[in-house]
Design a protein around this ligand. Structure first.
Ligand code: ADE
Length: 419
């Protein structure tokens, strides 16, 4: 900001959740427009546990667009941010704030610069789709600031141009990203399958797996898979269309058996495509494989699936339990195998911490007293330190505006990110 006081600063703040795909998006047919080779379906996570909060501000005193992420200023030169800004600015309309005496004509928005401050309520570098929440939030909140009138489908198509999976974070509940057919991407957008209240007994436990390995970014991994994996073509054209129909049915009918089988099979096929890529990409590690084995054995022993697992482009496990009771049993098994490294249980379970007391686990001593899960290959083996922490969540709502000024991440007096 220039030394002179701004004439005025107009702000809006919004919050958007992250989402986890249960039918995976892997591979683009258009890199610049971010158009996928197949439809995908995701579950939106509760924003209280995993979300981005973004404040956008406009003022005639701002000489350029600027952005702060988690308190640190970052470059806004990236094409993806510019695409979102350009598409929302194009659709901006007249805005009047009588209380503040601000009047902006729609043609003025092209000349007004914005300041953006965003904060993730979960670790940004943990491989938990923070850019999905971030770009959905940016587009949603800019749309509010600039009084954009477009429906959520159109907003999802703009968010897609920031980060593909961001289009699915525009809605709560279960969401389908329709790949679309048009070359210009106008029909590649998200639709809601059911809202977050439809299947609210599901419990989602994320194991954030420790990893020293630098992972291949999704962008370059996808590009390599599209160029080299014959399995990717087969998956996109022959397997996914049928799975999408079955998954929508399973979700609408709350049919956990079908839901779990489809979710696990699709995660495994996505990782098979990664292995089929040249050179092969390894996103999962030994800890990921141990978690799969535990869940598979338990599901097999029960005769029907109790838990579904899915893994994105990294080693973290996302585990979806049929209900609260199953989730507590799952947590007991997980904590037996992956006990915390120190006595601080509070920082080992993030999100909905009440799952710990439901599972009868109030202290590290309670964890040490747990019986070995019968599913373990070697029951005496424990893997302390292999999981960094757990997050317990559930299906959640889509983006919302935060009207209370206390949520604003930009100081209205200076126009800069709050310290
Ligand atoms: N990338 C990761 N988190 C983000 C956020 N909150 N906003 C924009 N981009 C992001």
């Amino acid at each position: 900001m220039a030394a002179a006081e701004p004439q005025w600063v107009l702000m809006a703040t919004g919050r958007s959740p992250t989402n986890i795909a249960v039918i995976k998006y892997w591979g683009k047919r258009d890199e610049a427009l971010i158009l996928p080779v197949n439809d995908s379906i995701s579950v939106t996570l509760d924003p209280d546990h995993l979300s981005a909060t973004t404040t956008v501000a406009a003022s005639p005193a701002f000489p350029s667009d600027r952005m702060w992420l988690n308190g640190k200023e970052i470059e806004l030169s990236g094409g993806r941010f510019q695409s979102c800004l350009r598409e929302i600015r194009k659709r901006a309309r007249d805005v009047e704030d009588k209380k503040k005496g601000i009047k902006i004509k729609k043609e003025d928005w092209e000349k007004l610069h914005v300041h953006i401050a965003s904060y993730n309520n979960f670790p940004t570098a943990a491989g938990l789709a923070s850019s999905a929440a971030g770009f959905a939030c940016l587009v949603f909140t800019l749309g509010k600031l600039m009084n954009v009138n477009e429906d959520y489908g159109e907003l999802s198509s703009i968010a897609r141009q920031g980060s593909g999976s961001a289009c699915r974070s525009i809605y709560g509940g279960f969401v389908k990203w329709c790949m679309g057919k048009n070359d210009n991407g106008s029909d590649s957008m998200a639709v809601q399958v059911v809202d977050e209240s439809h299947w609210d007994e599901l419990v989602i436990i994320i194991a954030v797996v420790s990893s020293k390995q630098k992972e291949t970014s999704s962008t370059s991994g996808m590009r390599d898979s599209v160029e080299t994996s014959p399995l990717l073509q087969y998956r996109a054209q022959t397997v996914v269309p049928g799975r999408i129909l079955k998954m929508e049915e399973a979700i609408k009918n709350r049919d956990f058996d079908s839901f779990a089988r489809l979710t696990c099979a699709d995660s495994n096929q996505f990782h098979a495509v990664c292995l089929d890529t040249s050179p092969p990409i390894f996103y999962m590690n030994d800890t990921s494989h141990r978690i799969i084995s535990l869940v598979e054995k338990w599901n097999h022993a029960e005769g029907t699936p109790q838990v579904a697992y899915t893994f994105d482009a990294g080693p973290n496990a996302v585990l979806i339990a049929r209900n609260r009771k199953t989730a507590t049993l799952l947590l007991q098994k997980l904590l037996y195998c992956f006990p915390p490294q120190d006595n601080d249980l509070d920082s080992y379970m993030l999100g909905d911490k009440s799952i710990l007391s439901d599972a009868g686990l109030q202290s590290v001593a309670d964890i040490e007293a747990l019986p070995a899960p019968p599913e373990m290959k070697m029951p005496n083996q424990k893997f302390k330190g292999d999981v960094s922490y757990f997050i317990c969540s559930r299906p959640g709502a889509g983006p919302k505006v935060l009207t209370d000024e206390s949520h604003a991440l930009i100081d209205s007096a200076t126009g800069l990110a709050k310290g």
